[in-house]
Design a protein around this ligand. Sequence first.
Ligand code: F3S
Ligand code: F3S
Ligand code: ZN
Length: 299
Amino acid sequence: MSALLEDKVYMVLSDTAKRGVYPLHGYRYGLYRIPVELIDKKEIQQVTAALAQSFKIDEFADRIYVTYKWKETDVTASKPQDWKEAELEVTVEIVTGEVVDIIYQIKPLESFPDAHWVKNYRSKADQNAKMIIDFIIRNTIIGEKWKQEWTKKLKLNVQEVQKRFEGLTPLAKPLVVGKPAAAAAARKKGIDPNFMNTRQVAEDHANHHVWGPVTSPNVLGIHGTSVAVDFDLCVADGACIEACPVDVFVWLETPGHPASEKKADPARENECIFCLACQSVCPPKAIKITRGVHPFVKQ
Ligand code: F3S
Ligand code: F3S
Ligand code: ZN
């Protein structure tokens, strides 16, 4: 769990008084107060622009609402046409002002139609909210300002500040620090077709290679070689599983990964008949099929 969130408080406790309470948050919620000022319109715009690359953003008065959506699929039925799907979301609210408050509240599962079958919803929503918060701190000027505050108040040097900062925001690790645009661009482009040259085999898994870097649970690398699935791009859409005529893929649980908590693992990549169906149906372009590469030989 994000160390930042271990400090969560359920009441406003601060020497800096802040207007009003949070009427929409009458029950259990997480509130994080960050001792930096965010009042300047330009700075607020910078924050929203950085977040808009990866999340849905709404603004109202002094608040910025950051929403992350994810899909759940129930694949317990034997026929793919009977599988169920639901889209869920969690919103984190940034209250700007003399200090920055970051608030989140988990909606009850009943607020999502036909999602009653989703397992561990609360913990997934909680994890995703924490991922958003870590992202906000790591990838916007809020984090930069916080670091300056530590340097001044705690008299820490640059390395100490950075270490503390990273310790507080572990869930944002797969993202490029300070460059959300680059991370979003990588997601748009899809799997690196040249991954066998640009990456190295980090480990083996279920009769296939895993091309690194891998730092579980946040960065999972590319599974497979002739049937390669970029786990960091896979959003558990499931179209590949449905499309593959020879059942190359199986679901693999990946709790704690920011993009999705299960991935299409090419467990039987040596069965592939190169029909390319999976590669063309995957929405985030996470799959790359390469003929003529022995699936389990180091490149
Ligand atoms: Fe299946 Fe994709 Fe190969 S659909 S047969 S794994 S090209
Ligand atoms: Fe993942 Fe793409 Fe398959 S998102 S589950 S690799 S269709
Ligand atoms: Zn694998």
